[in-house]
Write a protein that binds this ligand. Structure first.
Ligand SMILES: [Zn+2]
Length: 266
């Protein structure tokens, strides 16, 4: 069985000095490809370096809503430069009304600029959305979108919105964090995702699995737990159980979906 991580942050500074070892452990654990999402101009060079060093890494470049305050006046040209450098995706981009203290003003403008870049280049785009699903759908519906579709990473939106978002081209990505007992609403939503739009992710180093499910424990220098991207297989097992199917059947389906939306070959 091959596993595909639709969303992680291998370049995260909490993993500094460890990516080669993490990638080797992932390969050993059956991870065939992983989409490594940049979050700001400061980390795009590291994402590019990881893609050059590890064929398993599919790079993605974008401005995450949490880091918009860091952007330079040339951020958009800079983004295009990284997209020109290597076959890549756009992301992580998004909208966030959840994070305390984060200004919403300006988020839509940067989101739409990056969506336009993805649409023009027909590149898959990974979208973060917290507590603003209605507005996200409205913006997506009114804009040019990548013809090959887009990814809603850690989809936690209302189940009722799934058919409409799917018609717009959405793929829905399931993180291990949703295996925590209290995330029943999110698991129930994933029972309704069309089989040809399912993806699986770790979001490593964030979104840890419930402690009893962690096969690859990891911590930073201070002892704070980190999500190891090799936990991906366990996330597949969890989602297969949620949907009442075998992990083999799920893995075959997710492989097709991943290769289709990210335009890569196995
Ligand atoms: Zn992310």
């Amino acid at each position: 069985m091959k596993f595909y991580d639709a969303h992680n942050h291998l370049q995260d500074e909490r993993f500094a000095g460890r990516p080669a070892e993490l990638v080797a452990e992932c390969a050993q654990a059956g991870v065939a490809r992983m989409v490594v999402n940049g979050a700001c101009e400061g980390d795009w060079p590291e994402v590019l370096a990881l893609a050059k060093a590890h064929p398993l890494v599919l790079p993605s470049f974008g401005y995450h809503p949490w880091y918009l305050g860091e952007r330079t006046p040339e951020w958009r040209q800079n983004l295009e430069k990284f997209l020109d450098a290597v076959p890549s995706a756009v992301g992580e981009i998004g909208l966030d009304r959840w994070k305390p203290g984060l200004p919403y003003a300006g988020q839509e403008e940067v989101f739409l600029a990056q969506l336009a870049v993805a649409a023009e280049r027909n590149l898959p785009v990974s979208i973060h959305c917290l507590q603003t699903w209605g507005r996200l759908e409205e913006l997506l519906r009114g804009q040019a979108r990548p013809a090959g579709g887009f990814v809603l990473h850690s989809f936690g939106g209302p189940v009722e919105m799934i058919p409409g978002l799917a018609r717009l081209g959405a793929y829905f990505s399931f993180p291990g964090y949703f295996l925590h007992a209290r995330k029943e609403r999110q698991r129930a939503a994933f029972r309704q995702v069309p089989a040809d739009r399912l993806l699986v992710e770790t979001d490593a180093p964030d979104q840890p699995l419930p402690p009893e499910l962690i096969r690859f424990p990891l911590a930073d220098a201070a002892g704070k737990p980190l999500n190891h991207p090799a936990n991906l297989g366990t996330v597949y097992e969890g989602l297969a159980a949620v949907r009442g199917e075998s992990v083999e059947a799920l893995a075959a389906r997710v492989e097709e979906n991943f290769l289709r939306v990210f335009r890569v070959t196995a």
